[in-house]
Design a binder for this molecule. Structure first.
Ligand SMILES: [Fe+2]
Length: 268
């Protein structure tokens, strides 16, 4: 497996707090069967700026530390780029990192509860610049979860989508798992990744259970595509492949039943 979304670089965002935690995350990744890992610290999200220079330095230092600890896990440059109007220019001037620093595809993060005005303009600008936006965990955005056609439209333009492994495996609840399965059956999902922040819990080894869920739903070849072949294309700069859509994808629970999941509707 190749993990293309991981907050392993120590001390620069809400992921690994220090070197020891980063090394423990790397050990968890290797034990789970991850062969390569893209370091994707938050970029320009209002809390963490993380321009490319300190990310490069952090990656070199961690790679050396893993080498010293005899852990074989090649690390690659990347970032989780918060969607802001100036993002296309930041990608062009190199301050915002793309996957493996190739300038071909970039991991894009939306806010959890909204889609900002101008989102489509930014996505179109990136596509015009030859940079493929990969939408990070769309299942965790409340607007896309209720209005999935918007995601389908972005994918039809050439955007790609990456699910969080724990959403697929059901660790974030049944509703998100259904959504993941439906979108994978619709052929809208190109990659799954751990989005790990810790050595346990939100850990790199969650990718294994996420992969197993995809294999149950669509078979082993599909799981390989989403956890290995397409992630490898993100590293090499090649085009990603889409899963063929199923004729009858699973349907979601009715919206009124989803309301029961909201905290103010719970009886206890
Ligand atoms: Fe993330």
């Amino acid at each position: 497996m190749i993990d293309t979304h991981c907050h392993i670089l120590p001390g620069i965002d809400d992921g690994a707090h220090n070197d020891e935690i980063a090394v423990a995350m790397a050990q968890a990744a290797v034990a789970a069967g991850t062969e390569r890992l893209v370091c994707t610290p938050h970029h320009f999200n209002g809390i963490y700026d993380n321009p490319s220079v300190p990310v490069r330095q952090g990656l070199s230092a961690l790679q050396q530390r893993l080498h010293d600890a005899e852990i074989t896990l090649p690390l690659h440059l990347g970032a989780e780029l918060h969607l802001v109007p100036e993002l296309p220019s930041r990608v062009l001037d190199g301050s915002a990192l793309t996957y493996n620093d190739r300038g071909r595809a970039a991991l894009i993060e939306l806010p959890k509860v909204a889609i900002p005005l101008g989102t489509e303009t930014v996505l179109e600008q990136l596509l015009r610049q030859g940079v493929t936006p990969v939408i990070a965990h769309p299942e965790r955005n409340l607007v896309l979860a209720r209005d999935e056609q918007r995601l389908g439209e972005w994918v039809s333009w050439g955007c790609k989508a990456q699910l969080t492994a724990q959403s697929c495996s059901g660790e974030f609840g049944e509703r998100l798992q259904w959504l993941c399965r439906r979108w994978i059956e619709l052929g809208w999902i190109h990659v799954i990744a751990s989005d790990a922040h810790r050595p346990v819990g939100r850990s790199p080894d969650t990718l294994r259970a996420g992969r197993a869920a995809v294999a149950r739903w669509r078979g082993e070849a599909a799981a390989h595509l989403l956890t290995h072949d397409n992630p490898r294309c993100l590293l090499t700069g090649d085009d990603l492949s889409a899963l063929p859509p199923l004729a009858n994808p699973i349907s979601l629970p009715r919206p009124h039943s989803w309301l029961k999941l909201l905290p103010w509707r719970r009886k206890h």
